[in-house]
Design a protein around this ligand. Structure first.
Ligand SMILES: *[C@@H]1O[C@H](CO)[C@@H](O)[C@H](O)[C@H]1NC(C)=O
Ligand SMILES: *[C@@H]1O[C@H](CO)[C@@H](O)[C@H](O)[C@H]1NC(C)=O
Ligand SMILES: *[C@@H]1O[C@H](CO)[C@@H](O)[C@H](O)[C@H]1NC(C)=O
Ligand SMILES: *[C@@H]1O[C@H](CO)[C@@H](O)[C@H](O)[C@H]1NC(C)=O
Ligand SMILES: *[C@@H]1O[C@H](CO)[C@@H](O)[C@H](O)[C@H]1NC(C)=O
Length: 451
C-alpha cells in the first residue's frame, strides 16, 4: 500500500505524483533503566553533544537523571530525593544552560516549586536542590517548562495557582550571577480568580514572533474550556493581539484579549487539543475542535489572514465527544498542529476513537484534509508492546536537545498503563518496563505515481 487518500471533503484531490512515504528505521538502541509502568508521566531526553541526559521515574518512582558520553554505551545514574505519586501532571522538565549546568523541575501539581540545578557543568551527580527561584508565587506550581528567548536567554515558565484560578509566571536566568529573576513583573495572563489559561506555546515562528494560543477554563471540569485566544511578542515581554496588532497590557485578561473563536463553555474545545502551526507562507495557524450545530465534535484551523482570523473546518467527523470531569482525561480525539514538510507540503497528525489515526495532507488554501500521507514516525518495533499486562501502551519523548548526527534523531520509549484520572490503581500492577533510547533514521521515498 502506498499513499492512501482516505478523507474526501469538498476539496479537489491533489495529484498523487508528488506523494512521498516517510518511514522510520531503528539504527541503534540502548537500554537506560527499568521504569514505572503504573501510569504515564512525561520523561525528558536532552542530547547535548558530546553528552546525553535522561530524566525519568525509576521502577520505585524515584526521580533519576542519567547521563553518558555519546561515544560510551553505559549510563551514569543519579537518584534525586523525589518519589512521585499517581498524578500524570508530574512530568519532568530538563534544560542545560550555555555554561553546561543542568536545570530540572517537575513532580508538581499545585505544589511548591521543585527546582534542581547542578553545581558542576555536565555532571548529574552534582544536582542540588534549590526549589526557590525568585521566592514569590512559588507555592502552587504546575506545568514547568524551560525555553529560550529571542536572544537565546534561558527562560522558565509555570502556572501559579490551580486549574480554574491560575496565572502564568515567566522567569529569566542570569547566567553570570546564577540567579533567576522575573522576566515579567506580572503574570502574562490573569484569570481574575475566576479562571485560568491553558497554553500552547510560546512558539517562535518563521516571522520572528513568539506565538501563544490558549483557552480559558472556569473550573477544573474540562467541559468549562472556552474562548480560543491568541497573542504574539518579539521579546516575550511586549505582547500584542494578532487581529488588530494592538499592544496588550499585562496581565492579559479575558475581556482584553484577541478572541480567535468565541467557543462557549461545553462548546467542545479542550486544552491539550489547541495547537499552533504555520502555513506555507509562514502565517500562524491554530488547530482545535468544537461541537457543530449537529453536536458533532469537528476539527478546525484558524489562520491570521491580513489582520483577520479566518476559520476552516478540516474534515467531517459525525461523532460527538462528550468530555468533561476532573483530572487527566483519556482523550478520544488528538489533534496535532499543522506542519510544513521538507517538500513544502502541509501535514497534520490526528487520532480519533472512531475514525482511526494518521497524518492528513492539508490543502494550503482551504486548510482542509485532502488526503492522507503515509508517515511512520516511530520504527515498527517501537510500536510493538513487549509487556504482557493488559492495557500497556507505548510512551515516547522526543529529544529536547540537538543530535550529534544530522541524519539521526534520538527518542526514548517505555511502556505504561494509560492515565487513571490521577488516581491510584488497585493491585495488580504491571511489572516495570524498560526505558530505552532509540537512534532513528527517517527515510523518505517517492511513492509510485498514479495510486
Ligand atoms: C512536484 O513534482 C514536480 C515534478 O517533479 C516538481 O516540479 C514540483 O516542484 C513538485 N511539487 C512539490 C510541491 O513538491
Ligand atoms: C503573584 O501572585 C499575585 C496574586 O496571585 C499577583 O497579584 C502578583 O502579580 C504575582 N506576582 C508576580 C511577580 O507574578
Ligand atoms: C516593551 O515594554 C517595555 C516595558 O513596558 C517598554 O519600556 C518598551 O518600550 C516596550 N518596547 C516596545 C518595542 O514596545
Ligand atoms: C505591529 O505593530 C508594530 C508597531 O506598530 C509594528 O512594528 C509591527 O510590524 C506590526 N506587526 C505586524 C505583524 O503587523
Ligand atoms: C450534545 O450531546 C451531548 C451528549 O449526548 C448532550 O449531553 C448535549 O446536551 C448535546 N448538546 C446539544 C446542544 O444538543
Amino acid at each position: 500500500m502506498n499513499i492512501i487518500l482516505l478523507i474526501f471533503t469538498t476539496s479537489i484531490l491533489v495529484s498523487a505524483q508528488n506523494n512521498t512515504i516517510e518511514r522510520t528505521e531503528t539504527v541503534d538502541t540502548l537500554d537506560i533503566a527499568r521504569v514505572w509502568a503504573g501510569h504515564p508521566v512525561g520523561f525528558s531526553l536532552l542530547t547535548h553533544p558530546p553528552y546525553q541526559f535522561v530524566a525519568y521515574y525509576d521502577d520505585k518512582r524515584q526521580l533519576t537523571v542519567a547521563q553518558r558520553l555519546l561515544t560510551v554505551r553505559t549510563w551514569t545514574h543519579h537518584i534525586l530525593p523525589v518519589v512521585t505519586g499517581w498524578d500524570s501532571h508530574n512530568y519532568i522538565a530538563l534544560a542545560i544552560d550555555d555554561d553546561g549546568y543542568l536545570h530540572l523541575s517537575g513532580d508538581m501539581h499545585v505544589t511548591p516549586l521543585k527546582y534542581y540545578r547542578t553545581i558542576q557543568p555536565f555532571n548529574v551527580a552534582t544536582f542540588h536542590r534549590f526549589d526557590r527561584m525568585t521566592g514569590t508565587n512559588e507555592s502552587r506550581a504546575t506545568y514547568p517548562r524551560f525555553l529560550r528567548g529571542a536572544q537565546n536567554q534561558l527562560i522558565f515558565t509555570y502556572r501559579d495557582g490551580s486549574s480554574g484560578a491560575g496565572n502564568e509566571i515567566y522567569n529569566i536566568y542570569d547566567l553570570k550571577m546564577k540567579l533567576w529573576k522575573r522576566l515579567l513583573d506580572q503574570p502574562l495572563t490573569d484569570g481574575e480568580g475566576q479562571r485560568n489559561a491553558y497554553f500552547d506555546g510560546p512558539v517562535e515562528g518563521p516571522d520572528g514572533y513568539f506565538h501563544l494560543a490558549w483557552v480559558w477554563r472556569e473550573t477544573p471540569d474540562a467541559a468549562t474550556n472556552h474562548d480560543l485566544s491568541y497573542a504574539r511578542s518579539k521579546d516575550l515581554i511586549n505582547w500584542s493581539t494578532g487581529a488588530a496588532n494592538k499592544s496588550l497590557k499585562l496581565p492579559i485578561k479575558l475581556k482584553d484579549c484577541d478572541i480567535v473563536d468565541p467557543v462557549p463553555e461545553k462548546g467542545g474545545i479542550i486544552n491539550g487539543n489547541v495547537k499552533l502551526g504555520f502555513d506555507t507562507q509562514g502565517r500562524v495557524l491554530i488547530s482545535y475542535h468544537k461541537h457543530s450545530a449537529q453536536n458533532y465534535t469537528q476539527p478546525w484551523t484558524a489562520r491570521l489572514e491580513n489582520g483577520q482570523w479566518k476559520k476552516y473546518q478540516i474534515t467531517d467527523w459525525p461523532w460527538h465527544w462528550n468530555f468533561g470531569g476532573y483530572g487527566t482525561l483519556q482523550f478520544s480525539i488528538h489533534l496535532g498542529g499543522v506542519t510544513k514538510q521538507t517538500d513544502a507540503r502541509l501535514i497534520q497528525g490526528y487520532s480519533h476513537a472512531k475514525f482511526g489515526s494518521g497524518t492528513w495532507l492539508i490543502d494550503p488554501q482551504s486548510l482542509q484534509a485532502i488526503g492522507k500521507v503515509q508517515r511512520q514516525t516511530l520504527s515498527p518495533e517501537m510500536s510493538r508492546i513487549e509487556g504482557t499486562f493488559p492495557g500497556l501502551g507505548v510512551k515516547t519523548s522526543a529529544d529536547l536537545g540537538t543530535s550529534d548526527k544530522t541524519d539521526i534523531r534520538y527518542v526514548i520509549r517505555w511502556e505504561t498503563l494509560a492515565s487513571n484520572f490521577d488516581k491510584p490503581r488497585p493491585e495488580p500492577l504491571p511489572l516495570p518496563s524498560t526505558l530505552r533510547l532509540y537512534a532513528l533514521k527517517t527515510i523518505i521515498e517517492n511513492a509510485p505515481s498514479g495510486r
